[in-house]
Structures are given as structure tokens and as C-alpha cells.
Design a protein around this ligand. Structure first.
Ligand code: PNS
Length: 160
């Protein structure tokens, strides 16, 4: 299949860190597209816990396939890689407003880009990277919510 006719989907996010809800979305949507590219946003202003290189490396170890970082507009990155579909996870109604705004803004910027929403497994509906970090650094146990590799990396990191 030529690169041009390939259906490439991009799953963008901060992934700081990747958690089991993200992994569930990746597994679910992989069979739906010819290629799924996980795109990690490079945005140091957000003061991430893990560097973009660490995040890309961790995701590559966990899911293989194509994992890249990007900065600037998502639609520009999509153009560069020849993708038209954005995949996003939708957990609860609270996600909707932000996702709705992003999808419509991306459509305005590039009408050829479509956003597809996936529901994660119920077990992960409440899991977010922000809560994982907060709970872990306050001494709570996040086993089962993140892959073991991420748990190791969290444990190796001093509390902020
Ligand atoms: O995991 P996150 O932080 O919810 O992911 C947000 C992300 C990376 C998808 C979004 O911030 C993004 O696409 N940023 C790139 C900049 C951009 O294109 N902004 C306009 C889109 S509305």
C-alpha cells in the first residue's frame, strides 16, 4: 500500500505520563487504521514531569510502532505525516467541552481533518495523568492504573 493511500491516524497528547487508559485507547483503535502514530506534544511551558524524550521512549517501549514528538499546531504535524484522522479518548462529560472546542478548531484550521473519539474501558474512565501524578506523589498507590514501566519511572523520580 502506498503512503498516500494509507489511513494514518494520529493519537496526540501530553502523555505525562502515559497511563492504562491511554494504552486501552491505543489497543482499541490500532485495528481500525493502517497506521496509528502516537504524537507527544513538546510543550515545556506545561512544566512536564517527564521530558518529551522520556515520554517518547517509554511509549515506544510499551506499544512499539510509530511514536513521535511534535510542537506547534497539530494540524500542521498531521499534514507533515500525511494523516487526516485525530484519535482522542473521551472519558466523561467533563472532557466534552474541551474536546469539542479542539475538534472544531482543528476542523477550522484544516477541514480535511476529522476527530474520532474512543471510549476507554470502564476501569479507566476516571484515570488521568494529572491524578496519577498527584496520588503517587502524595503517597497513594497507582498500581494497575499505569504500566509497570511508568510506575518504576515515577518511583525513581523525586517528589516535586
Ligand atoms: O493530553 P492533552 O494535554 O489533553 O493533549 C492536548 C493536545 C496535545 C492534543 C493539544 O494540546 C494539541 O493538539 N496541542 C497542539 C497545539 C494545537 O494544535 N492547538 C490548537 C488545537 S485546538
Amino acid at each position: 500500500m502506498s503512503e498516500l493511500s494509507k489511513r494514518i491516524a494520529v493519537y496526540p497528547g501530553s502523555f505525562d505520563p502515559i497511563h492504562n487508559g491511554h494504552l486501552d485507547i491505543i489497543e482499541r483503535c490500532r485495528p481500525l487504521f493502517d497506521e496509528l502514530l502516537v504524537a507527544v506534544l513538546y510543550n515545556e511551558e506545561k512544566k512536564p514531569m517527564f521530558s518529551v524524550d522520556e515520554r517518547v521512549e517509554t511509549i515506544r517501549e510499551l506499544v512499539g510502532g510509530r511514536v513521535e514528538s511534535f510542537s506547534g499546531l497539530l494540524v500542521d504535524f498531521m499534514d507533515r505525516v500525511g494523516a487526516r484522522v485525530v484519535v482522542r479518548g473521551l472519558r466523561a462529560v467533563s472532557d466534552f467541552e474541551y474536546e469539542f472546542q479542539m475538534a472544531l478548531m482543528n476542523r477550522r484550521l484544516n477541514p480535511r481533518v476529522e476527530t474520532v473519539y474512543m471510549m476507554p474501558k470502564e476501569d479507566y474512565i476516571y484515570v488521568s495523568s494529572r491524578l496519577v501524578k498527584e496520588v503517587h506523589f502524595l503517597g497513594g498507590d497507582v498500581t494497575g492504573l499505569v504500566p509497570d514501566r511508568v510506575l518504576e519511572r515515577l518511583r525513581a523520580r523525586p517528589r516535586p
